[in-house]
Unconditional design. Structure first.
Lengths: 126, 235
């Protein structure tokens, strides 16, 4: 259940940003980018986020997770391909190993949406 | 009335862990230490491999172990019999070591021993093929173990671990005659995603392959003493 730790990292990072804003805005949504070739399960992340945000400055905020597919580039064939996770990683045409991952390793806080209303919060709870 | 705004952050979720790992690595570099992160599923044979390693190389290399275990010190106690510094870290509910936990271990190592005298720090991670692959702890190289009894498909099912590994030890090779498992299939599956990884079939019981593993360790250890940059960090 390392999604708990991931969520903690997420909340602390957003909190740093939030505290640097003079108006302490109400955050309505956090947009994450999570690659398919990571050890993170979006459903578990959603669950951990909901639980850990209770009674904090993020109470009620939504988490939008955009998953990115695993895409590798085959240098031999000079083209992208989609490895099948759990089945086949080598290039389907020439069977060269998957060496150059172009998409799928992302674990990124992309952006936050917030309203101009500031919020009286319980940031100290986190 | 309120308006909705957007702020771009673009920050990696593991940014804080990564910074901590870089900090740990800087300490290891300062002390001329090579740090290896040793990972596998539970029961693949990490601790017995360390026992064999300490017994064989204990006089040649100055080795310390940082031992991650969820609740007990059973593994740490086994390794202490080899008279090397063993720092036990109980991770509690957490299923992997992170850079902060290992920083705590480094503090204790630096407090109780002289780290400049060490050549090698072996970090035995919590038994788990998933999470440890995502959390760097400050290592210079990653070592994965896969016991032959776990099956040929594991590299395909847990690809991140096997893609990240610099060295893979296929353990319990003494059991191979009793199993319908093709070691070449395991190697081929790893090669699909990691063509450069050093792969060594080993048996802690018969000693098969261990000399190759020790030689790899010697090379890793030499590399660090060759770098040894002049850094000064405050802990």
């Amino acid at each position: 259940m390392h999604e708990t730790d991931m969520t903690k990292a997420l909340i602390l990072t957003v909190k740093d940003w939030w505290e640097a804003q003079p108006e302490r805005p109400k955050i309505s949504c956090i947009h994450l980018i999570v690659g398919k070739f990571t050890c993170v399960e979006p459903v578990s992340l959603q669950f951990a986020f909901e639980v850990q945000c209770r009674n904090t400055f993020l109470e009620g905020a939504k988490l939008e997770i955009q998953e990115t597919p695993l895409i590798a580039f085959c240098h031999h064939c000079q083209q992208d391909y989609h490895p099948e996770i759990g089945i086949q990683y080598a290039c389907p045409q020439c069977h060269s190993p998957m060496e150059d991952i172009r998409s799928g390793r992302e674990l990124k806080i992309d952006r936050v949406e917030y309203c101009s209303d500031s919020v009286e919060t319980h940031a100290s709870n986190f | 009335m309120h308006q909705t705004f957007d702020a771009a952050l673009g920050i990696n979720l593991l940014h804080a862990n990564q910074q901590g790992a870089d900090h740990n690595r800087a300490h290891f570099d300062e002390w001329g230490i090579t740090c290896l992160n040793i990972m596998s599923s539970p029961g693949a044979g990490k601790t017995v491999l360390l026992e064999r390693t300490l017994a064989a190389l204990g006089n040649e290399l100055k080795i310390a172990v940082i031992e991650g275990d969820m609740t007990t010190e059973l593994d740490a106690d086994r390794l202490r019999q080899y008279n090397v510094p063993v720092i036990a870290i109980n991770t509690g509910r957490s299923c992997h070591l992170d850079s902060k936990m290992v920083a705590g271990g480094i503090h204790r190592l630096a407090h109780d021993y002289n780290p400049s005298e060490l050549d090698l720090v072996l970090v035995e991670n919590v038994g788990n093929l998933v999470c440890p692959a995502e959390f760097e702890v400050g290592e210079h190289a990653k070592v994965a173990l896969l016991s032959i009894t776990e099956g040929e498909d594991k590299p395909l099912k847990y690809p991140v671990m096997f893609q990240e590994a610099d060295c893979l030890l296929i353990t319990k090779m003494d059991l191979a005659p009793h199993l319908d498992i093709d070691v070449n299939r395991i190697v081929a599956n790893v090669r699909q995603m990691n063509p450069d990884c050093m792969i060594v079939p080993v048996s802690a019981k018969t000693g098969e392959g261990l000399e190759t593993w020790f030689e790899w360790l010697r090379v890793q250890s030499d590399r660090a003493s060759a770098i040894s940059p002049q850094l000064s960090l405050n802990y």
